[in-house]
Ligand binder design. Structure first.
Ligand SMILES: [Fe+2]
Ligand SMILES: [Fe+2]
Length: 260
């Protein structure tokens, strides 16, 4: 049996998905009112306001910067959280699962506060204590631990739940020039170049077509498309696997041309 067949099916559509039109991820999607959120359990806002989360993400960002990686701070955390919530909401998953996906995505790179290597696994353990302290039910904590621990393609990550699949796609989709920290374009490495070349990045989800699309605008004067594939092909393969877990195909569109 394939992963896709084992994946939990989307629940009833209680997210006010208006119809089967293609959705475009542009801004944060609100899935419920604050009153509803309270009734259902801790939310992303509670996690964002936790002092440990603030300090650990800030420190993780500084430490990844010190060893030459792109931005891994609150901007990346927020973009990933919005993306993961958007993907599951667009596919009709229930509001609580959307919230859990947003929280897991927000915390997915926090393990960089320990070391870059194995940051997915350490991040899951760091998150576990905080999430339990904040009152998340044990089953939700377990789902988020699996999602955080499995987000990294070069650490053996694989989609293990719908939440995990959404975190993977949202994380891998966050390629943008704003993540480049090297101020000197003359000393850009290939990662800087590819990230800097991406001037727009958008996730689209069509529930009707069962299709998740990553659309990028790439400045080919900065980096040829080939360089994107040179460094990001494993990420795209993992994204495709994650989309399959959600019973969808995955498409990559660069400069209006479908390449995957
Ligand atoms: Fe990561
Ligand atoms: Fe990430």
């Amino acid at each position: 049996m394939s992963d896709a067949m084992q994946a939990p099916r989307p629940g009833p559509d209680d997210t006010n998905v208006p119809d089967e039109r293609t959705k475009v991820h542009r801004a944060e999607t609100k899935t419920r009112t604050p009153v509803e959120a309270k009734r259902e359990g801790p939310t992303l806002d509670v996690v964002k306001n936790d002092e440990r989360v603030k300090v650990f993400i800030r420190s993780a960002n500084q430490q990844t910067g010190a060893i030459g990686y792109t931005e891994h701070g609150e901007r990346h955390a927020n973009t990933s959280a919005d993306g993961a919530r958007f993907i599951l909401k667009s596919l009709g998953h229930d509001v609580r699962r959307c919230e859990i996906a947003a929280v897991a995505a927000y915390l997915h790179d926090m393990g960089n506060v320990v070391t870059r290597e194995k940051h997915a696994q350490t991040g899951a353990l760091v998150a576990k204590d905080i999430l339990m302290d904040l009152g998340f039910p044990l089953e939700e904590v377990a789902t988020m631990m699996g999602a955080i621990a499995n987000h990294e393609e070069d650490e053996g990550g694989l989609p293990v739940s719908a939440v995990s699949a959404a975190v993977i796609i949202a994380d891998k989709s966050d390629v943008h020039r704003s993540r480049v920290r090297n101020p000197k374009s003359t000393s850009f490495d290939i990662h800087d170049r590819v990230n800097y070349a991406v001037t727009a990045s958008e996730i689209k989800v069509s529930r009707k077509e069962k299709l998740i699309t990553l659309e990028l605008a790439v400045d080919t004067e900065v980096s040829p498309i080939m360089e994107y594939f040179e460094i990001f092909l494993p990420r795209m393969m993992l994204s495709r696997r994650a989309a399959e877990f959600l019973h969808c195909n995955f498409a990559l569109v660069i400069n209006n041309t479908r390449l995957l």
